[in-house]
Design a protein around this ligand. Structure first.
Ligand code: GCU
Length: 398
């Protein structure tokens, strides 16, 4: 190409590519630019039937909504395997020898002659009488799981033990690496390789959800833990995984995604902060392939995240946000809880309500079945968040 032609070509190329790159990378933080919300109705079936009873909910509408999320967003979580074993190992030093017993457990699952092993770390209170209720955290920090057993401010083991809870955590990397190239070098490639060719197959966040289910299998097996009082917590990307895990596995009594944002608690159709296109571009391995069809086209999604709340009901659910975490759209997280939690009153006859407008919220909303808080500060999981979770959970388990 001669120089003028090359110049013309690169000018044309930049005119075409700059706006599309900008569309991918610029987030809207202007509330006046949020489109009018037209959300799918959780209470009307595919055939147009109005859903009002628990029976219709359980047999018609809930399975429809679960299927919508499987197909269009997260992918299936397989439940079949041949065997599961739990083996205690001793690798790390217990950071809290005075108050807690540490169990490091290798969970090995086999299917079709192949195996996959993930590591679960469990702390049990030394004082008090079990079986103990448990807080289970899906973790992904630090990036290398062998670096540190407990992230002090992030997984507040000591405080949870003081409040009388067992607590457990597994690191996402030990189930599916959080990497767009290597994500299948874990349970997906080892046990369920057929999913890789499926547009609605399991990807990283679904695999972390699968890991949470295997942790629950361990709680059922371990007599010092009360699996009927199990709370699933995840921050941010792991909050998205926690929601999907609990939608699929109704053994979790309480589900708490913290600042889980796009593809988690926040309504996608608001297109505020992180969008579907942005998340699918940066993290193509998180959601299934079908989700990419909604890049820049959130209005075409046949669902929105308030319907995740309805999938968890009648079990307890709590969302939390941070004021400066606009990327995760705190208002979209609250609205999703406000709208989705209608399922508690309208279908299950439980008095749950979020009458307050987001802008005038003061302090945490704590009530049986559904709660919310927004704290000051940035994107993170802190003891301030955990302490509200404990207060909420105490309301559910009393
Ligand atoms: C990125 C990503 C978010 C995610 C967050 C996290 O910011 O865009 O969707 O929630 O990482 O996991 O901390």
């Amino acid at each position: 190409m001669n120089r003028p032609a090359l110049f013309l070509f690169s000018l044309l190329f930049s005119l075409i590519s700059i706006p599309s790159i900008m569309a991918q990378n610029t987030a809207n933080y202007d509330e006046s630019k949020v489109p009018d919300l037209i959300l799918p109705d959780p209470f009307v079936s595919f055939k147009g039937k109005s859903i009002q009873t628990i029976q219709d909910w359980e047999s018609i509408r809930r399975p429809e909504i679960l299927q919508l999320f499987k197909e269009n967003v997260y992918g299936k979580i397989p439940t079949d395997f041949d065997a599961i074993t739990f083996k205690e190992v001793t690798e790390s030093q217990n950071p809290y020898p005075d108050k807690a017993i540490l169990k490091e457990v290798d969970i090995t699952v086999s299917r079709n002659g192949n195996t996959h092993t993930m590591r679960l770390n469990v702390f049990l209170p030394k004082s008090g009488k079990g079986p103990f209720p448990v807080f289970m955290l899906i973790d992904y920090k630090p990036k290398d799981p062998s670096e540190k057993l407990v992230e002090d401010d992030f997984w507040t083991v000591s405080e949870l033990i003081d409040r009388g809870y067992a607590t457990a955590s597994f690191h996402g990397e030990t189930v599916s690496p959080d990497d767009k190239i290597r994500f299948s070098e874990g349970v997906i490639g080892n046990l369920y390789p057929e999913h890789l060719a499926q547009a609605d197959g399991m990807r990283t966040l679904g695999a972390w959800g699968w890991g949470a289910m295997r942790a629950m299998d361990y709680f059922v097996h371990e007599s010092s833990i009360d699996e009927k009082r199990a709370v699933l917590v995840g921050h941010s990307r792991a909050g998205k995984a926690a929601l999907w895990a609990s939608a699929n596995d109704t053994r979790w009594a309480v589900t708490i995604p913290n600042e889980s944002g796009c593809g988690g608690a926040a309504l996608s159709k608001r297109k505020f902060g992180e969008t579907v296109q942005v998340i699918n571009t940066s993290f193509p391995h998180w959601f299934n392939d079908n989700f990419k069809a909604f890049n820049g086209k959130e209005e075409l999604l046949p669902l929105d995240q308030h319907m995740m709340v309805s999938l968890i009901a009648p079990r307890a659910i709590y969302f939390s946000s941070a004021r400066e975490d606009r990327w995760a759209d705190p208002k979209g997280e609250y609205l999703s809880m406000q709208l989705g939690s209608r399922v508690f009153s309208e279908i299950f006859g439980k008095a749950v309500s979020f009458p307050t407008a987001f802008e005038s919220l003061k302090g945490p909303v704590l009530q049986p079945f559904a709660g919310y808080h927004i704290r000051e500060g940035e994107h993170n999981l802190t003891w301030e968040d955990w302490s509200h979770y404990v207060d909420f959970v105490e309301l559910q388990f009393k």
